[in-house]
Design a protein around this ligand. Structure first.
Ligand SMILES: [Zn+2]
Ligand SMILES: [Zn+2]
Length: 347
């Protein structure tokens, strides 16, 4: 098959022929029809993820068709149209047994713990536990967003963040996860303040339902700006980018008893991230983390997509070929991009 391969961190990846993957006994091989470019792929390429072994094929935000199933797979068949959460649970550890596959103790992640979906085929583990069957009318490009950004944002806003209609929600960082979070929070009846350094990202955020925007390139103190716009602070605030400064701004923009959800990954290279915990004590803030979403939680999300309440299709702004993927991956560092670029490996 053809795949995007890198041999060294931060050096140009290339498209080349590599052996087709084989399914594990409990796994499948999926023919990749669409895979999204996510900033986490860029972090992986830069060497920020200790799980990655070289040479490596990135890609974790995918949709496609089951091509081959392992001997122990009972629920899925070749021909099934599927996506998969970027965190694949083992299905049998105590966390999975409790339904928390997104924090599985033996989790695998395509594109991190093994070769990913910037390729014509990808192997996925524990298929009966992790594969999500797609509605017939959902396109592969749109479905790819459900593997990472959209499902991640859904769980961060709705489950961990416990958004309620009428609340103010601040979304710091309007890349893939952030724009998804803006749309999901607005659809939940919340009033959204979007914060980003990119005017294009803020424009998209407004399109997706943000009531207010803060241009972080022009406003020196975004926490203060959020507190002003929201009459005292957001009820719920997300760091959807993943940086110590953005995390601090998110916590700083909360009102009393507000909830901060850290959803942007903080690269381990940054070490410990300081959080203004004194403010958390004095204002009784909640500091929460959110990490993907388990496959069994998808039906609620898929129903909201089917009914048109949520429109992940609007996130997809461009589609590219596999040959264009290495340059697009490298470009994610300088400009994370507001919309979603989808790679179609068979075009
Ligand atoms: Zn991702
Ligand atoms: Zn597990």
């Amino acid at each position: 098959m053809r795949a995007v391969v890198f041999e060294r961190y931060g050096e140009p990846a290339e498209v080349r022929e590599v052996p087709d993957p084989r399914p594990a006994p409990h796994g499948v091989v999926v023919r990749v029809e669409a895979t999204g470019l996510c900033r986490s792929d860029w972090h992986g390429w830069m060497g920020h993820d200790p799980d990655i072994a070289l040479p490596h094929v990135p890609g974790h935000e995918l949709a496609g068709v089951v091509e081959e199933v392992g001997a122990l797979v009972t629920l899925r068949r070749p021909g099934d149209r599927v996506t998969v959460p970027f965190v694949c649970g083992c299905g049998s550890c105590p966390s999975c047994a409790a339904g928390h596959h997104q924090v599985c103790e033996r989790q695998t992640q395509p594109g991190f713990t093994h070769w990913g979906s910037y390729a014509q085929y990808v192997a996925l583990d524990h298929a009966d536990v992790n594969l999500v069957v797609l509605p017939d009318d959902l396109s592969y490009a749109t479905a790819a967003s459900l593997g990472c950004r959209f499902a991640t944002a859904f769980r961060a806003v709705v489950r961990q963040g416990r958004v309620a209609a009428g609340e103010w929600v601040a979304v710091h960082g309007c890349g893939g996860v952030g724009l998804s979070a803006v749309m999901i929070a607005a659809a939940s009846g919340a009033r959204v303040v979007a914060v980003d350094v990119s005017p294009q990202a803020l424009e998209l955020a407004r399109t997706f339902g943000a009531a207010e925007c803060v241009d972080a390139a022009r406003v020196p103190d975004t926490a203060e700006a959020v507190r002003e716009l929201t009459g005292g602070g957001a009820h719920l605030s997300l760091d959807a980018l993943g940086s110590p400064a953005v995390c601090a701004a998110s916590v700083g923009g909360l009102r009393r008893r507000g909830r901060h959800v850290q959803v942007g990954l903080l690269p381990s290279a940054d070490g410990m991230t300081s959080v203004p915990l004194a403010r958390a004590v004095a204002l009784e803030l909640e500091i929460l983390g959110s990490h993907g979403m388990a496959a069994h939680a998808y039906p609620e999300l898929l129903e909201l997509v089917r009914s048109g309440v949520l429109r992940p299709d609007l996130l997809v702004t461009s589609t590219i070929t596999l040959d264009a993927a290495p340059a697009a991956l490298a470009a994610l560092g300088a400009s994370p991009g507001a919309g979603m670029t989808v790679v179609e490996p068979w075009t």
